[in-house]
Design a protein around this ligand. Structure first.
Ligand code: OGA
Ligand code: MN
Length: 290
């Protein structure tokens, strides 16, 4: 059996997988290795891919059941499972995709009772500055690493704690940081909070991961508001210390997969039209947390 060619980023998250042409179909044993690498490195990229929408959907489907995005109007026309992440406007001046995805450190679907297990972005257009440097990086931090390196006193303190997480909190944070654009009002269901353990167990690998984010975590249960805010800040910052962060610099043709239990991510918004960005996103659903 051929071994995958894996090049780690050198940071606690991130690796490149070489030698796989996803569009030609991937053998089950290669898929299994990609999945293992995803669990080890939390975010993996396969560069130079040429994918149609059905090919991306088929590949994503190997990892589990695909989920629709919470904001349905940005779907790729004709595909229920494929969302556009883009700053491009249509002829009427309306955004063709989600323009402000992920501008605060987060984990996809954190506010859901069954958070997204994996997400996948395929790059079709990537903005550049005048010197040709790619803009709009996505940053990744390894939350299993963050958990394993916690000081003992802190690990003991947060053992057994649970948090309340909501999309309303994500929007509140986005407005506070002036990062929200074109977001429709929340439905009652979307306002609901999801309760999750602060230290979450990975449903596949059993790894312990720190599961508190700046974006979604509204409060830690059973603490005073002051204690809760301070602890959220401390834990969220711990996860994303500079030296632990892998910055993914995009190229057209990149297919990037990440594990939403084992990582947090952040989209850097350092570009604007006429610099265009277009990616197609699929999401793999998850289970209840524990
Ligand atoms: C997302 C997301 C980051 C980016 O699609 O969930 O956070 O860089 N995107 O577009
Ligand atoms: Mn995201």
């Amino acid at each position: 059996m051929t071994e995958l060619d894996i090049i780690p980023s050198g940071k606690p998250a991130g690796a490149e997988i070489r030698g796989v042409d996803v569009g030609r179909g991937v053998a089950p044993e290669v898929m299994a290795q990609i999945r293992d690498a995803l669990h080890t490195y939390k975010a993996v990229v396969l560069r130079g891919q040429k994918l149609t929408a059905p090919q991306q959907i088929a590949f994503s489907g190997y990892f589990g059941k695909l989920e629709r995005h919470v904001i349905p109007q940005y779907l790729v026309p004709g595909y229920e499972d494929l969302v556009r992440v883009s700053n491009i406007l249509d002829d009427a001046g309306k955004p063709i995709g989600l323009v402000d995805a992920g501008r605060i450190w987060h984990s996809d679907g954190h506010f859901l009772p069954k958070p997204n297990l994996y997400s996948m972005l395929y790059a079709l257009e990537i903005p550049h500055d005048q010197s040709g440097k790619a803009l709009g990086e996505t940053l990744f931090a390894n939350t299993a690493h963050a958990c394993a390196t916690l000081p003992d006193a802190m690990r003991q303190r947060i053992q057994g704690l649970r948090s309340a997480n909501s999309l309303a909190n994500v929007y509140r944070r986005m407005h506070a940081e002036n990062a929200a654009k074109n977001r429709p009002p929340l439905t009652e269901e979307q306002k609901r909070e999801a309760i999750h353990p602060v230290i979450r167990t990975h449903p596949v690998t059993g790894e312990k991961c720190l599961y508190v984010t700046r974006a979604a975590t509204a409060r830690i249960l059973d603490l005073s508001p002051q204690e809760s805010d301070a602890l959220i800040g401390e834990l969220a910052d711990w996860c994303v210390r500079d030296e632990f962060v892998y910055a993914h610099q995009w190229q057209v043709g990149d297919l990037l997969l990440w594990d939403n239990c084992g990582s947090q991510h952040l989209a850097v918004g350092d570009y604007a039209l006429p610099q265009r960005r277009l990616l197609h996103r699929t999401t793999v659903g998850g289970t209840e947390t524990f």
